[in-house]
Design a protein around this ligand. Structure first.
Ligand code: ZN
Length: 203
């Protein structure tokens, strides 16, 4: 079994400090999956292990679909490992859209993949577009779960902010659970340090 936390730390993708997240919240930790995936061998290894879990579950997947931009690399590598095709959804004027000539057959079995699933908002928006075009969502997957949703085999309690449907399995290689704070009661701010904005989105 791979040690996801070690891989993120070694890739400088799991940072400790005082961060201002895109949600406006403050956090002592920051995840940047792009830093893990900049090494194709690491991406391949993670996707291989994720694919193994999905194959073991017996769920049949015909296509992997990711929301751009964050999910693209993880989704593409997962599709390669599963031996299926890969498509993506992207925001056009802030609406998640499937374009570029991608076609979805009626009842095509589609797995939705992200790099990290926090509440699952973006991936669910993409999933609803897939369903509109006739696809059937058979699973969700991510390299890591932020601990708000419950992955297959995970131990955490599901949080009410999780948007993923409970009747569809969610696969991830591990959990990254850490607190986020409102500015007013951030213990790091109370200690006199200043929050730093890292990247444009928290994942
Ligand atoms: Zn703070």
């Amino acid at each position: 079994m791979i040690n996801l936390e070690k891989i993120y730390i070694d890739s400088k993708a799991y940072l400790k400090g005082h961060f201002l997240l895109s949600s406006g919240k403050h956090s002592e930790y920051y995840l940047q999956s792009a830093k893990v995936l900049e090494n194709p061998k690491t991406a391949e290894l993670l996707a291989f292990n994720l694919a193994k879990m999905i194959k073991k579950s017996g769920i049949h997947v015909e296509t992997v679909c990711s929301p751009a931009l964050g999910g693209l690399l993880a989704g593409y590598e997962l599709a390669r490992s599963l031996g299926v095709r890969f498509i993506f959804a992207e925001r056009v004027k802030n609406i998640m859209t499937i374009k570029r000539g991608f076609e979805i057959k009626k009842n095509e079995k589609i797995l939705m993949c992200e790099d990290i699933i926090t509440t699952g908002g973006s991936v669910l928006e993409a999933a609803s577009q897939v369903e509109k075009q006739g696809g059937k969502i058979v699973a969700f997957a991510a390299l890591a779960n932020r601990g708000f949703c419950k992955r297959e085999g995970g131990n955490n309690e599901i949080n009410h902010t999780c948007k993923l449907p409970k009747n569809i399995p969610f696969f991830a290689l591990g959990d990254f659970e850490f607190d986020v704070y409102d500015k007013e009661n951030c213990p790091l701010c109370l200690n006199g340090s200043k929050a730093f904005k890292h990247g444009s989105r928290e994942n």
